[in-house]
Design a protein around this ligand. Structure first.
Ligand code: HEM
Length: 944
């Protein structure tokens, strides 16, 4: 283009565009100093580190345009008595529970802590950083931290003393976040994503302090992520009334957005709370009847015998200070008359009871004359504070938000008595103060989009505030990354829209921190911010009532664990103990299935006999596994540049795939080579479906995820059963039972095989029964992949290659006693749960000398090994061992096969202490904890 005006303009536009691509100045910097939240909230905006820091002055958003001189304004006490004082209780119209406002109180205490010495000062940071838990400055944070190198908080401890002046449910919620912090810190340590954490007994001095800081700060980021997630799931869902509609939609204010000129729409630039928002959040009218009584009692305790209307702000400051001075040390704080246990924690049952009560108690409606009389002092203090801050009037605030100002008092509140009284007090609508104007404005009716139902002005403004608080926070935006939070932590604190309760995060928190106190589909856990009575009506309307347990849940007895060889062995054989998987299987597998006949194991024995009951059948089976292993190694290997070395991800592409190809083969399911290819499923898809069925039936899935998994598994079972019936021709009856293995034994006519004859003899008539049997074999097959992986990993660096075929398997099981029992000295109540640690029992040195040493020639006579359910039950011990030997032979036949260098050659796994039934846990693709191994690469030069 020739030089000139046009070329210059074009160049200018290109430069603007390129400049706008990036933030100026940069929004964040690298390194731990910037990745972690400071105790006082400073450094959120790296260019203006004091913005929103604890101890700063409040901001003011709106310019005052009318004189509101305290000398001329009505007396705050008179205003309270005329416009705010409760005249009878009205339930919240949209069914919000008292707990909704306990959570709201937690939110506001995260961002407001007005100094009693200088009302202009906010003693806490302007960020949703869970300051009530972690403290508003370094000194208060130091009081709650154990600092022993594990990044933990003291059990059930939190930092904010002012919460002790609020009804106990607020403190209970905070205790759950305190527990969540410790859960997260322990998990991050166990997973040890970067391999840097060490047992604290091996650390001291600076190394111990560094690990402590790393774990504490990372766990705090994840826990704050949880707090944000609860706000944008349960809380916003109630505010917008989405919970009534069964919608799991929510705002997502954090993401990157571009303006029309491609410049970045601002985020993560910090926040400083304003006095207008402090005023807006005084939601005291919503106090439930029960919390009103509690507050009344608290006021009487602090100011014994003093009439309410004589109390002043300085009385409050002195009273609150005295009350705080009488508190014991932070580890012994208590609330609601709860007793701490010896280890400092509260009893789960006590905490859960308070939450359940609070869920049952209806909140009060927002309205004029709705605030309990016992809160007179809180309100008059609030009105006076607003006057000291010089806030604008209600109409200025509305203009600022783009709302039409009120022209008359009747327009503001159509109740003539309220409007008249306000007019008499203020004279002119332009003099109506923000505080009273907001709190006594006519409430919004329950319409679509309205759940909180305060006055319209509040309902419009709180959303702006929620977005400012969260989108403005660098730790919720630019620095909200899997690197800073760890991959697991980042996944753990995300909103899960498909979670029960229309994406409830509180349900997950309740079931995680008090696992025995709620049923896995309890309305008390998944809709705790709504009363169960209201929820019943809404769930009925949207036809989802049958999905939820509406009863108030009672506590389940906590389980016992036994590692004792004799106890484990006896309980496993005892029919009075029922494994939970039978009940689970019945919920997902229709009809009389393989899993639902525990008392009649002979049937399974017969099927297994059919599967490999003859030497011919066994030969076919073992041939398949050997050949498929080799074939998959070959087809999934790739060459390294310029060398003959080949590499393959043995776990992902071979060991997990082999059993899947086998079950596909026997069931007639066609494996697709890619998602778009012809066939039923890819091996990965089929593995994932079968893996979920297995997890649901056999494993202790996280209770909060159980119901969602159940629904998915019911669907998988339906789809797979149909596939099996189609694949084997059952549905049209074109193939008889002999078709089951026709694809497997392609070389011969099916009728010639012992397996087919045997199945005929078993008398399987209906296609459903046949499909269930095949499905049971399929489900057991995923466990094979774990066994293959463990074996290969064990032998890869070991000289015992020849011994491979002789190793056996173990597993774990949880049982419930059907009546009071004693098993080898272990007393178990009726319905009590006992976890049988078969792995530990199998390492009993008296039964198996040198149990930790690999010795495939160990005497196996006398059937000493304890075999539980799962693979060995589905397939039988003998078949399992034969299959395993063939897969290992297929791998180790490659002479120079060895681990790939570095991390690629390491089987990444860890011990999950909350999942005792898993020998090892892994992180899946989404970085959730999974029972299935993910990756181990090997290299070799020989021909596979
Ligand atoms: C029965 C329940 C409640 C009681 C007993 C209560 C009590 C109090 C008290 C004593 C104060 C003065 C605190 C101080 O200056 O140290 C206060 C302030 C405040 N309350 Fe409540 N409150 C309750 C519920 C709520 C709820 C549900 C909300 C709204 C979500 C709320 C919002 C506020 C706000 C924004 C302040 C000002 C905080 C500050 O500036 O530091 N309160 N409340």
């Amino acid at each position: 283009m020739p030089p000139g005006d046009v070329a210059d303009k074009l160049q200018d536009e290109v430069i603007k565009l390129l400049y706008n691509d990036l933030s100026h100045p940069p929004a964040t910097l690298i390194g731990k100093k910037y990745a972690w939240r400071s105790a006082d909230g400073s450094g959120n905006n790296i260019a203006d580190p004091d913005l929103g820091k604890a101890g700063s002055t409040y901001s003011r958003s709106v310019q005052q345009s009318h004189p509101l001189s305290p000398n001329e304004l009505p007396d705050p006490g008179l205003i309270f008595d005329t416009l705010l004082k409760r005249d009878g209780f009205q339930n919240h119209p949209a069914g919000l529970s008292s707990l909704m406002f306990s959570f709201a109180a937690l939110v506001i205490h995260s961002v407001f802590r007005t100094s009693h010495r200088d009302v202009n000062i906010n003693e806490t940071s302007s960020y949703c950083d869970l300051a009530p838990l972690y403290g508003h400055d370094q000194a208060s944070q130091d009081r709650v931290r154990m600092r022993d190198g594990r990044g933990l908080l003291y059990p059930d401890v939190f930092a904010e003393d002012r919460l002790l002046l609020l009804p106990p449910a607020v403190c209970v919620l905070l205790v759950l976040f305190s527990r969540n912090h410790n859960y997260i810190a322990k998990k991050i340590f166990d997973i040890n994503e970067r391999g840097t954490y060490q047992d604290i007994s091996k650390l001291s001095g600076a190394a111990l302090a560094a690990q402590e800081e790393d774990l504490f700060q990372t766990a705090r980021l994840v826990n704050c992520g949880w707090f944000g997630t609860v706000i944008f799931s349960d809380y916003v869902s109630c505010i917008l009334g989405l919970v009534r509609l069964g919608s799991n939609w929510s705002l997502n204010p954090f993401g990157e957005m571009r303006n029309l000129d491609h410049s970045e729409f601002e985020r993560g630039r910090g926040n400083a709370c304003s006095v207008e928002f402090n005023c807006l959040y005084r939601w005291h009218a919503t106090t439930s009847k029960e919390d009103e009584q509690w507050t009344q009692a608290m006021i009487e305790k602090i100011f014994p015998g003093k009439p309410l209307d004589t109390l002043t702000a300085s009385d409050f400051a002195v009273g609150a200070k005295d009350a705080m001075a009488m508190l014991p040390d932070i580890h012994h704080w208590t609330f609601g008359n709860l007793q701490r246990q010896e280890d400092g924690s509260f009893k789960d049952e006590d905490l859960a009871n308070m939450l359940k009560n609070s869920t049952e108690h209806p909140a009060g409606a927002f309205r004029a004359r709705g605030t309990p009389e016992c809160m007179r002092l809180h309100e008059t203090m609030g009105i006076n504070q607003n006057r000291q801050w010089g806030v604008c009037n209600l109409n200025d605030f509305r203009r600022y938000l783009g709302l039409k100002p009120f022209t008359t008092f009747l327009e503001w509140n159509s109740d003539p008595e309220i409007a008249n009284a306000a007019e008499k007090l203020y004279g002119n609508i332009e003099y109506l103060e923000l505080y009273v104007g907001l709190q006594a404005e006519e409430a919004k009716p329950v319409v679509d989009g309205a759940g909180l139902c305060p006055g319209y002005t509040i309902s419009r403004a709180i959303l702006s505030d929620a977005i400012a608080l969260t989108r403005g926070d660098r730790y919720f935006t630019h620095d909200y990354t899997p690197f800073n939070l760890t991959a697991w932590g980042f996944a753990d604190c995300q909103r899960q829209p498909d979670a029960l309760g229309f994406g409830s995060a509180l349900g997950r928190l309740f079931l995680r921190t008090m696992p025995e106190q709620f049923t896995p589909n309890s309305t008390y856990a998944f809709f705790p911010l709504m009363t169960p009575a209201a929820m019943e009506v809404f769930l009925k309307d949207i036809k989802q009532l049958d999905k939820y347990d509406m009863k108030r849940p009672t506590a389940r007895a906590s389980g016992q664990v036994t590692k004792d060889y004799a106890q484990v062995g006896n309980i496993i054989k005892d029919s009075k103990f029922i494994a939970h998987y039978q009940a689970r299987a019945r919920l997902v597998v229709p009809g009389k299935g393989f899993f639902s006949a525990p008392e009649d194991r002979s049937e399974q024995q017969r099927v297994l006999g059919a599967l490999a009951g003859t030497s011919e059948a066994t030969a076919e089976l073992t041939k398949f596994f050997f050949e498929k292993t080799q074939e998959l190694i070959r087809s999934n290997s790739f060459n390294l540049s310029g060398s003959k070395t080949r590499s393959v991800n043995l776990v992902r592409d071979v060991l997990k795939a082999v059993p899947i190809h086998w079950v596909a083969d026997i069931s007639g399911i066609q494996i697709k080579s890619s998602p778009s290819a012809h066939g039923d499923f890819t091996a990965v898809e089929l593995y994932s479906m079968i893996g979920e069925i297995y997890s649901y039936i056999f494993l202790d899935v996280e209770p909060a995820k159980l119901m969602v998994l159940q629904e998915r598994v019911q669907n998988h079972v339906k789809v797979l059963s149909q596939c099996i019936e189609n694949g084997l021709g059952f549905s049209s009856n074109r193939l008889s039972i002999s078709g089951i293995f026709s694809l497997f034994y392609r070389a011969k006519k099916p009728e010639e095989h012992a397996v087919v004859k045997q199945l005929h003899k078993l008398g399987y008539q209906s296609s459903r029964e046949q499909a269930n049997t095949i499905l049971a074999i399929m489900v057991g097959a995923v466990e094979l992949s774990v066994a293959f992986t463990n074996m290969v990993d064990l032998y890869l660096d070991s000289p015992n290659e020849d011994d491979i075929r002789k190793l056996a398997l173990t597993g774990d099981k949880e049982g419930t006693a059907s009546s009071n029992q004693t098993a080898d000295g272990l007393a178990i109540q009726k319905d009590g749960r006992v976890f049988l640690d078969i792995l530990a029992a199998g390492r009993n040195a008296q039964v198996f000398p040198e149990p930790e040493t690999v010795n495939a020639r160990r005497d196996q006579s006398g059937k000493k090994y304890i075999i539980s359910d799962g693979i060995s039950r589905c397939l039988g011990e003998d078949i399992t061992i034969q299959i395993m030997s063939q897969v290992l032979r297929g791998v180790f036949a490659i002479k120079d096969l060895q681990r790939a260098p570095g991390n690629s050659g390491i089987l990444y796994r860890f011990k999950d202490h909350d999942r005792p039934e898993l020998n090892y846990a892994y992180l899946d693709e989404q970085k959730f904890i999974s029972p299935w191994p993910t990756s181990l690469a090997v290299v070799y030069t020989g021909d596979a």
